[in-house]
Design a protein around this ligand. Structure first.
Ligand SMILES: [Zn+2]
Ligand SMILES: [Zn+2]
Length: 322
């Protein structure tokens, strides 16, 4: 990892006044130093407020009710955005497990950014740090060290976790469009929320038989879908380091878990992944359900992605269980 002079490391959130932190609701983009600076110990409730509001928004269903079309939109956005997170934020940006064009890279970075899991640089920097220090004192989200709640969501809301260690993502910071998504990480989720409200209002007008409206589409398509997507994604940090089988004797506590793989389009084969993170596949056997891999194969057939990195033959020889 290349060294960056101390002047490149900006201090994190101003401690004296809450206002600079409130201002940062509309953008991440803090730069911090290497290592333990990413391991936080205290939740920053001011900056966590939008995240809590996202959960409170789900309660809106008590007023708006549901309709089949709103639930279908919520489920579709869950699947599309989960694919963007697993195939692009994780396998592409964090692990460079395949190649693609700059346009497809930007498109899926934007879809990923609509998940309200911060920008692609932030996500990849934290994830690379996790692989380097998994289940050690420098891992921001190890369930073995800090317990379930902390590994699942607590770490995400600390002042330290809002920072991006750009030295971890030197290969990505050269793209201004990715830096923009990172700096303004609330913009794409807000645009999606507005678009969903507009869609619901439009359907109410042109197809009243669907029994939906703006508020209902906003609650299901944005709040419910985004909250479900977040909690499913972070089960890989919390549950997949605790429950499941260990095929490989990795230095961390990662597990293979079919339930989590179903929930996350293939990310649940987390022990496989920690053993060999560079592969585009995480289900190493044909029967290990890995829809992200199937989706990438389709994109490969369409010429949208290429150079998909396989699992080398020697990997399975290292398995301590089938
Ligand atoms: Zn892990
Ligand atoms: Zn990974």
């Amino acid at each position: 990892m290349q060294d960056v002079p101390p002047t490149a490391i900006q201090p994190s959130a101003a401690r004296a006044s809450p206002w600079p932190r409130l201002g940062r609701w509309l953008g991440g983009g803090t730069v911090r130093g290497e290592g333990e600076g990413l391991v936080g110990h205290r939740i920053d409730w001011v900056r966590a407020a939008p995240f809590l509001a996202l959960h409170a928004g789900c309660l809106g269903m008590l007023w708006t009710g549901a309709s089949p079309v709103a639930v279908v939109v919520a489920a579709s956005l869950y699947l599309l955005r989960m694919f963007a997170i697993t195939a692009f934020y994780h396998r592409y940006f964090s692990h460079r497990a395949f190649r693609t064009s700059r346009v497809v890279q930007a498109l899926f970075a934007t879809i990923g950014a609509s998940s309200a899991q911060r920008g692609p640089l932030w996500w990849a920097a934290h994830h690379r740090h996790h692989h380097r220090h998994a289940d050690t004192a420098r891992d921001p989200h190890s369930p073995a060290r800090r317990g379930f709640f902390w590994s699942h969501v607590g770490w995400f809301l600390t002042e330290e976790a809002f920072a991006t260690d750009r030295r971890r993502v030197q290969d990505l910071v050269r793209y201004p469009e990715l830096r923009w998504l990172d700096r303004h990480d609330a913009v794409v989720p807000l645009l999606l929320a507005v678009a969903l409200y507009g869609l619901g209002a439009l359907l109410q007008r042109v197809a009243p038989e669907l029994a939906t409206n703006g508020p209902q589409m906003l609650v299901w398509g944005f709040f419910v879908s985004t909250v479900a997507l977040f909690h499913a994604t972070v089960t890989i940090n919390s549950l997949a380091h605790r429950f499941g089988r260990r095929r490989f004797a990795t230095r961390d506590n990662s597990r293979n878990n079919a339930w989590l793989a179903a929930l996350t389009l293939g990310e649940g084969w987390h022990n496989n992944h920690h053993f060999y993170p560079g592969s585009v596949r995480q289900g190493f056997r044909w029967y290990e359900f890995d829809p992200t891999w199937y989706g990438l194969r389709v994109m490969q057939a369409l010429g949208l992605v290429w150079d998909l990195r396989p699992v080398p033959a020697w990997v399975m020889d290292k398995a301590v269980r089938p």
